[in-house]
Design a protein around this ligand. Structure first.
Ligand SMILES: *[C@@H]1O[C@H](CO)[C@@H](O)[C@H](O)[C@H]1NC(C)=O
Ligand SMILES: *[C@@H]1O[C@H](CO)[C@@H](O)[C@H](O)[C@H]1NC(C)=O
Ligand SMILES: *[C@@H]1O[C@H](CO)[C@@H](O)[C@H](O)[C@H]1NC(C)=O
Ligand SMILES: *[C@@H]1O[C@H](CO)[C@@H](O)[C@H](O)[C@H]1NC(C)=O
Ligand SMILES: *[C@@H]1O[C@H](CO)[C@@H](O)[C@H](O)[C@H]1NC(C)=O
Length: 439
């Protein structure tokens, strides 16, 4: 009799011990919100839903220590819309931890210590976003995401060095964000099965745009800022038929050859902060939809009057802080109407007498901080400029009657030039009469 009681006690103890290993929520505080009031409950349970009353389960934030999310730990909570499990020291998510969450919109798992996402972790979920950023994820297992649909899947600030194939099975993602990982390889087609619109990859170590990897039929936006792309080749973008925005800021590009952008739908191309010293005359041909082009902080020494820059009249073209020394004849013949032409911070000294021929109208034409020491009274002819910025050049005077010289300029900025005394008076008089920007 005695011994069987001891046995029973031991069994109970063992059962409890092994069971408590699977208790996900131990002494955690859960904040719940209902009708904009915040409630708090403290509890221990294998399923989050048991810690709070049913009617309060729209929004929850867990405060405490949750090292492992066991199977069915966030399960069968029909009203749950937002769940915040950030910064709780989470190290592992067991497959099947999440399920039966029909209204779930946001799942925040950032700031934890996750190192991998296992097979069958995110299954049958349709959410606005899942935030897995700022963990230590080095591995994504096959089918980690299955029958999954999210506007945002955030994996920023993790430690992924490669992106294997098979991670996604029947998945739609609006914006997949993988910034600040250590990605140097993405397996060919790893992302091709995903219906993906935005791919955010800044701060990785990718060296090329391999068309086998970037084979993404729905992609509209690709951000590859701060990678180490050295070279763009014709055909690199051939499997991105819907690409509208491409950003390659801060890479290692030295040259833009012809044909890279042929037949793309790009409207926004950003090549700032590379080392581009050469762009083929026909590099931008065939880019009918181009509206915005940025090539600031590069090493271009020449303006090529054959560059095309698309067909829009709302063009924004910025080639600031390069080493361009001269504006040649008919420089703007292919872009007679534009919103913006920014050329400040170059080394432009010489402007050809025919430079502005064929230029009709620009809203914002900026030549500030160059080395222009002569402004020919006939430069502008019939060109209309809503704003002309000539600040920070080397002009000592402008010959001729300024009312006539700048007759088609709306606002003119002339500060920070070494105007000689005689000219200063002339300019002051001119600006007094003109409805103009004060120097
Ligand atoms: C949870 O709280 C109980 C009672 O205060 C305590 O005995 C137990 O050690 C706590 N568990 C953890 C994991 O902190
Ligand atoms: C794909 O996932 C969706 C949910 O996102 C689901 O409705 C559909 O049945 C799945 N298709 C297949 C073939 O599994
Ligand atoms: C995609 O999401 C990332 C992370 O939130 C964000 O930084 C980026 O701007 C988004 N991209 C677009 C085009 O909305
Ligand atoms: C790119 O397009 C231009 C203009 O249509 C054409 O002359 C050139 O041959 C094309 N280059 C490539 C590599 O397709
Ligand atoms: C590019 O320009 C930067 C800044 O003007 C300069 O320091 C650098 O030497 C140039 N590099 C090349 C390869 O011309």
């Amino acid at each position: 009799m005695h011994s069987s009681l001891v046995n029973l006690l031991i069994c109970t103890f063992l059962f409890r011990a092994s069971n408590s290993e699977k208790i996900t929520f131990e002494n955690v505080t859960v904040q719940w919100r209902l009708d904009n009031r915040v409630f708090e409950s403290v509890g221990t349970s294998d399923n989050l839903k048991k810690i709070v009353p049913d009617e309060n389960q729209e929004w929850g934030k867990i405060i405490g220590n949750v090292p492992i999310l066991y199977e069915k730990s966030v399960f069968d909570i029909p009203n749950l819309i937002i769940l915040d499990v950030s910064n709780v020291g989470l190290e592992e998510i067991k497959p099947g931890a999440f399920g039966n969450l029909p209204l779930l919109e946001k799942l925040i798992l950032s700031g934890n210590k996750l190192t991998e996402i296992k097979t069958d972790t995110f299954v049958d979920l349709s959410v606005t976003y899942i935030d897995l950023s700022s963990n230590s994820i080095i591995l994504l297992q096959p089918r980690a995401f299955k029958n999954f649909n999210a506007n945002y899947l955030l994996l920023d600030n993790n430690k992924l060095t490669e992106f294997p194939s098979g991670v996604f099975d029947n998945v739609t993602i609006g914006n997949l964000s993988l910034s600040n990982n250590r990605l140097h390889t993405i397996a060919p087609k790893a992302l091709s099965t995903v219906r993906l619109r935005i791919l955010n990859l800044p701060g990785n170590k990718l060296e090329e745009i391999n068309p086998e990897v970037f084979d993404l039929q729905d992609l509209t936006t690709l951000n590859l800022d701060s990678n180490t792309v050295k070279l763009l080749r014709p055909g690199d973008l051939r499997n991105l038929p819907e690409l509208d925005e491409l950003s390659l800021v801060e890479n290692q590009l030295k040259e833009i050859p012809e044909g890279v952008f042929n037949n793309t739908k790009l409207s926004d191309l950003n090549l700032d902060a590379n080392k581009i010293a050469k762009i083929a005359s026909r590099a931008f041909d065939d880019m009918k939809d181009l509206v915005s082009l940025r090539i600031d902080f590069n090493n271009l020494t020449q303006w090529d009057n054959n560059w095309q820059f698309g067909e829009s009249s709302n063009r924004f073209i910025s080639i600031r802080f390069n080493q361009i020394t001269e504006i040649p004849d008919d420089a703007f013949k292919n872009i007679p109407n534009s919103d913006t032409i920014h050329l400040q911070g170059n080394k432009i000294r010489k402007i050809s007498p025919k430079a502005f021929h064929q230029l009709e109208y620009v809203i914002d034409f900026d030549l500030a901080n160059n080395e222009i020491d002569r402004w020919d009274p006939d430069f502008l002819g019939n060109t209309n400029l809503a704003t002309l910025n000539l600040r920070g050049n080397k002009l000592e005077c402008v010959e001729g009657d300024l009312q006539t010289v700048f007759r088609n300029v709306g606002i003119i900025k002339l500060m920070d030039n070494p105007w000689n005394e005689e000219c200063t008076k002339k300019i002051e008089e001119f600006l007094e009469n003109k409805n103009a920007f004060p120097w």
